[in-house]
Design a protein around this ligand. Structure first.
Ligand SMILES: NC(=O)c1ccc[n+]([C@@H]2O[C@H](COP(=O)([O-])OP(=O)(O)OC[C@H]3O[C@@H](n4cnc5c(N)ncnc54)[C@H](O)[C@@H]3O)[C@@H](O)[C@H]2O)c1
Length: 276
């Protein structure tokens, strides 16, 4: 029996990358999944993949920045499968990139609308059906960029930092309803999102250029994040709420500078370093 048997999950941004891998993983563990995305063609393809593997899924075209669309998405899940247990607010994009003084206020607003307002709307509309179901698990995708921003990625970092604060506030409010609210901070995950950087437009370039940025010497795979989504979605995490789970191969532990570390080890460690 799967770890999510009888459960109903919504995954936004499920046509690609982390969302796709998570939708496949949740369905494999027995959940009925509503695949939500702006990209209908790829979203329908994910539904087909789930069905081919023996799972149950349906596609709903959704713009997460649009309140009516999120309301309709939640209604669809409840109408189609009878309840809502898991809401994964994952849709995202690189957003406004560039020096702050050059970022237009409308690009700033669009970035925040998808990645922070979209998460707020996902939480807001999940509450009522989850209360009815006696509880639930809300998961959102933040990023290590919330505390380790990329230069020229201020709007993205601000949105992702907001997701952590929103997660904590919602967890505090919704605990008595047995609704858990957590977020995940992925490090470098090899998905099409990196395509906005010309040098990283194909997956092998992402591996080659960023594979050694973290102490575990490879970039992340969407499945690395999906495993955390599964844990947070399942009852195994029933006493876990308000967290920001880091899944980054050790990127935020410290700078991975093998050349420097190697030289330090050779030059100093002939014994304890405090020996004169
Ligand atoms: N890939 C990484 O290195 C990384 C690291 C940290 C956080 N993240 C976050 O992970 C999440 C998933 O990104 P990914 O890496 O899988 O990228 P991706 O580009 O593979 O997938 C993102 C999906 O979101 C969809 N989307 C974009 N805007 C939307 C909207 N307004 N409404 C509905 N769907 C929309 C896209 O169509 C796409 O299918 C994002 O929130 C991203 O910020 C990614």
């Amino acid at each position: 029996m799967g770890r999510l048997q009888e459960k109903v999950a919504i995954v936004t941004g499920a046509a690609s990358g982390i969302g796709r891998a998570s939708a496949l993983c949740l369905a494999k563990e027995g959940a009925c999944v509503v695949v939500a995305d702006l990209n209908s063609e790829d979203g329908e393809r994910v539904v087909g993949e789930i069905a081919a593997a023996g799972g149950r899924a349906t596609f709903q075209h959704t713009d997460v920045a649009n309140e009516q669309a999120i309301s309709a998405l939640v209604e669809r899940a409840v109408h189609e499968y009878g309840r809502l247990d898991v809401m994964f607010n994952n849709a995202g994009l690189a957003g406004a990139i560039g020096p702050i003084e050059a970022v237009s206020s409308s690009d700033w607003d669009k970035t925040i609308a998808v990645m922070l307002r979209g998460v707020f709307l996902g939480i807001k509309y999940a509450v009522e059906p989850m209360r009815k179901a006696g509880g639930g698990s809300i998961i959102s995708t933040s990023s290590v960029a919330a505390f380790l921003p990329l230069r020229y990625g201020a709007a993205y970092a601000a949105a992702k930092g907001g997701v952590i604060s929103l997660t904590r506030a919602a967890a505090l409010q919704l605990g008595p309803d047995r609704i858990r609210v957590n977020c995940i901070c992925p490090g470098v995950i090899n998905t099409p999102i990196w395509g906005v950087v010309p040098a990283l437009s194909d997956p092998s370039a992402v591996e080659q250029l960023l594979g050694h940025a973290q102490t575990i010497p490879r970039v992340g795979r969407p499945e690395d994040v999906a495993s955390m989504v599964l844990y947070l979605a399942s009852d195994e995490s029933q006493w876990v709420t308000g967290t920001a789970m880091i899944v980054d191969g050790g990127l935020t532990v410290g700078p991975n500078l093998p050349a420097v570390s190697g030289q330090l080890a050779q030059s100093i460690y002939a014994g304890p370093s405090f020996k004169r």
